[in-house]
Write a protein that binds this ligand. Structure first.
Ligand SMILES: *Cc1c(COP(=O)(O)O)cnc(C)c1O
Length: 397
């Protein structure tokens, strides 16, 4: 029994978020079914052979495909405007799968220097050991990306806005430079989600997600995804079905429910973040605010063009250093002291001593991550309550 008519063109994002990808079983269940099964049975030996050979389409084993996971993949693909999507066990396994599906020993990556910490470790340690080299360049300088290109460069990997300084990469400009040399472009769209930014429409080849963040949105499960044209995702699928970091059916089911509220959550959290960023910018104990939705952001114009909102991540520097920043954190009663982001519950972290703590102090300072910097991932609480929580520590500086 069909669930959703994907052939109907031009459904809007809020409709796709609730409906896309649903496939009903013979029972006609209204909510998406959770298929907790590792394997699937066949009516005969001949049918088993056909399924295994690929002559007949269908599920075989949940490391390859699972109907609940497929529903999540189709829903996210619809939201990203992608032909296809392959779900993975986590955001990191999505990035790993993308790279190992398309690159081999001797190939080279150009990536932004402001990538998620584990992505930097993956590229500079684990992938480097397999013979895939990476050059890190400033996110905001297209000429640096071009200058880093080598004959063996196969991939531009960017994450925009960056964490924690919310630097914006010009997706269209970098894509033009890459495509002129046959280089693939992948964008980690974790911070914006397809609600605020659709990299494929701007020319990017592939989008990766940590579904753990806004796609779930409620801090419950880990997941990831790679979206793009089938000719590129097919290679990712081949890697996954053999290497094994597939998304579990249970997590896919949770993520399907997360996607249903994605648009209203992301828009509300982005609006809250803008309000909080304006308040912080006017606060006498705050030295500087980093938020793409503020006219003071160095790439405000680009953010306005490329994104439908500033997003939910706001970073700011207090007047002072580590002691003053920690004072603000330690006086929070409402904000959660945790490095996770994308949750309905607002979180606060001191990047220099947590997410970016392993980077040598000089390199950290050069990257602009100072001792007075705090990062907030804004949730759905009343902004006035968040302000009161932050004001307590700020007033003591
Ligand atoms: C969290 C995160 C990842 C990694 O995702 P996991 O689901 O934790 O593996 C990758 N990129 C960005 C931008 C992230 O915030």
């Amino acid at each position: 029994m069909a669930g959703f008519d994907d052939a109907t063109p031009a459904y809007r994002p809020e409709t796709l978020a609730v409906r896309a990808g649903q496939e009903r079983s013979q029972f006609g269940e209204h909510a998406e079914a959770l298929y907790l099964t590792s394997s699937f049975v066949f009516k005969s030996a001949a049918l088993a052979a056909k399924r295994f050979s690929g002559e007949e389409e269908g599920n075989v084993y949940s490391r390859f495909t699972n109907p609940t996971v497929t529903m999540f993949e189709e829903r996210l693909a619809a939201l990203e405007g992608a032909e296809d999507c392959v779900a993975t066990a986590s955001g990191m396994s999505a990035i790993m799968a993308l790279v190992l599906a398309h690159l081999k020993s001797g190939d080279h990556i150009v990536a932004s220097s402001g990538l998620f910490g584990a992505t930097v470790q993956l590229f500079s340690n684990i992938l480097a050991r397999t013979g895939i080299a990476t050059t890190f360049v400033p996110q905001t300088d297209p000429t640096a990306w071009e200058a880093a290109i080598r004959p063996e460069t196969k991939l531009f990997f960017l994450e925009t806005p960056s964490n924690p300084l919310t630097e914006i990469a010009d997706i269209s400009a970098l894509t033009a430079a890459a495509h002129a040399r046959g280089i693939l472009v992948a964008v980690d769209n974790c911070f914006c989600t397809p609600i605020l930014q659709r990299p494929l429409e701007l020319g990017a080849d592939l989008v990766v997600h940590s579904a753990t963040k806004f796609l779930d949105g409620q801090g419950r499960v880990l997941g990831g995804a790679v979206c793009g044209p089938k000719r590129l995702t097919e290679e990712v699928f081949k890697y996954l079905r053999t290497a094994g970091p597939t998304l579990s059916a249970f997590n896919a089911w949770v993520l399907l429910k997360g996607l249903e509220t994605l648009k209203i959550r992301v828009e509300a959290q982005s609006a809250n973040a803008l309000q909080l960023a304006r308040w912080l910018e006017a606060h006498p104990k705050v030295a500087r605010v980093f938020y793409p939705g503020l006219p003071s952001h160095p790439q405000y114009e680009l953010a306005q063009k490329q994104q439908k909102g500033g997003g939910a991540i706001v970073s700011f520097e207090v007047q002072g250093a580590r002691e003053q920043a920690w004072q603000v954190v330690d006086h929070c009663r409402l904000l959660s002291i945790t490095a996770n982001l994308g949750d309905t519950k607002t979180t606060i972290t001191h990047p220099a001593s947590t997410t970016h703590g392993r980077i040598p102090p000089e390199a950290r300072a050069a990257a602009g991550i100072g001792e007075g910097l705090l990062r907030i991932a804004v949730g759905l609480e009343a902004v006035e309550d968040l302000q009161a929580d932050l004001a307590r520590g700020l007033s003591l500086i």
